[in-house]
Design a protein around this ligand. Structure first.
Ligand code: ACO
Length: 374
């Protein structure tokens, strides 16, 4: 809170009602449409979770099959979008390429799938195609031909397959599927709020998701997971963690992957991903990043009382799945798109323009001075 009484960064300000996601920041619980994330991570799939977010209830078998069939049919990229991606500088950060790709895709989609009336079609299209956008740009920037999606693979498996050109193992596909469930929505986080603000002007779904991708990119939001792995590389070995953290805190810098606006205890997504990171590290025989992060966690907790957020352990999981560091945030987007679009649909269903106000602190009585007299 500022001295002015205005909550900085809208902390704790309730700006709308929503029936999609509930975060209990004191108990460390995350609920999608009534279901605890821990149960969904254990028993559900990304496709089923996306259905839950969009429709508000778990699908029956026929409904899930129908959704999976529709998503599989919507994964191909229009050649025009591929040309746009080909035209980008190969050094473009992948989140910028994704933002451009989502925006360009809009011009190849039927007008009636974009607007407030029928945007569930657009939600399916955007969710289905995001992994293809991410992996197509990744292959192109490496000078490799893009890999087409395979209809028999689900969202998570296709993402890994299109990035690497190899179908993933059952374990790898499962780890990514759970990570996608955990990232699919998170109430009114910055990117979802950006999407809702855009939708509240009755702008189209593609514009809302473009706003959201640009917002997720920032290091205080989705971009933190990439920086967690920068930190691991810089620390290099567990014995270096203590000095690294103390130096950061001494210089009043943030340690990436810690702290949260809403959670006052551990983020439940971090608890689940820590376990996956540990098991995956053992299975792949690459325990060092996990050991470094455990030590970082110990020191940050001791020194600042801060808990890890979702971004701390998604990084080592993704690395062990063979995902390049700068694709971590695009992978996050390939999941969160389900939440963004669910929120845009909810906004359209009961919309009022989101237009807050600012307390003006500048002068009001200045008189115009002609250019030559200044
Ligand atoms: N490292 C060190 N100190 C921290 C951290 C951190 N990661 N996070 C918060 N703090 C400290 C601040 O320095 C501040 O301390 P002070 O009161 O002594 O000055 C206090 O905790 C409050 O911090 P704010 O930045 O005001 O908290 P806010 O709610 O605005 O920020 C945020 C939340 C952005 C997530 C913050 O914790 C942060 O920057 N974390 C690092 C980036 C990160 O991991 N982002 C991912 C978030 S999850 C997601 O978006 C998917």
């Amino acid at each position: 809170m500022q001295a002015s009484g205005i909550p900085r960064g809208l902390e704790d300000v309730v700006v709308t009602t929503s029936a999609i996601t509930f975060i209990d920041g004191r108990q460390g619980r995350l609920i999608y449409r009534g279901y605890d994330i821990r149960e969904l991570a254990r028993f559900s799939t990304f496709e089923e979770t996306a259905y839950l977010l969009w429709y508000g209830h778990l699908p029956k078998p026929g409904e899930l099959n129908e959704l999976s069939r529709k998503l599989a049919a919507l994964r191909e990229l229009p050649s025009g979008v591929r040309k746009v991606l080909e035209a980008l500088n190969p050094g473009t950060p992948p989140m910028e390429a994704l933002r451009t790709g989502v925006s360009a895709l809009s011009s190849f989609e039927p007008e009636e799938t974009k607007g407030p009336q029928t945007s569930l079609e657009g939600a399916l299209r955007l969710t289905a195609v995001l992994p293809t956008l991410v992996s197509t740009f990744h292959r192109l920037r490496q000078g490799e031909p893009p890999v087409s999606p395979r209809p028999e693979l689900n969202h998570a498996s296709n993402l890994l397959y299109m990035m690497t050109g190899r179908p993933p193992s059952i374990t790898d596909a499962h780890v990514l599927d759970v990570a996608l469930i955990l990232h699919a929505d998170h109430e009114l986080n910055a990117s979802t709020f950006a999407a809702r603000v855009t939708a509240s002007t009755l702008s189209d779904l593609y514009s809302a998701v473009t706003s959201a991708v640009g917002t997720l990119k920032g290091p205080l939001h989705g971009g933190a997971n990439e920086r967690v792995m920068d930190m691991v590389e810089e620390i290099h070995r567990p014995e270096g963690a203590e000095a690294y953290v103390l130096k950061k805190l001494h210089e009043h810098e943030k340690v990436m992957g810690f702290g949260h606006r809403v959670y006052k205890v551990e983020d439940p997504r971090a608890t689940i991903l820590r376990e996956f990171a540990k098991n995956l590290a053992k299975e792949k025989g690459d325990p060092l990043p996990f050991e470094i992060l455990r030590k970082v966690e110990e020191v940050v907790r001791r020194e600042k009382g801060l808990y890890p957020n979702v971004d701390l352990y998604s990084g080592p999981c993704y690395r062990l799945l063979g995902i390049p560091k700068d694709l971590f945030t695009p992978v996050f987007a390939a999941s969160r798109v389900a939440g963004w679009t669910a929120h845009v649909l909810e906004e359209y269903a009961d919309n009022r323009l989101i237009r807050p106000t600012a307390r003006y602190t500048g002068p009001t009585e200045l008189r115009y001075v002609p250019l030559a007299e200044r």
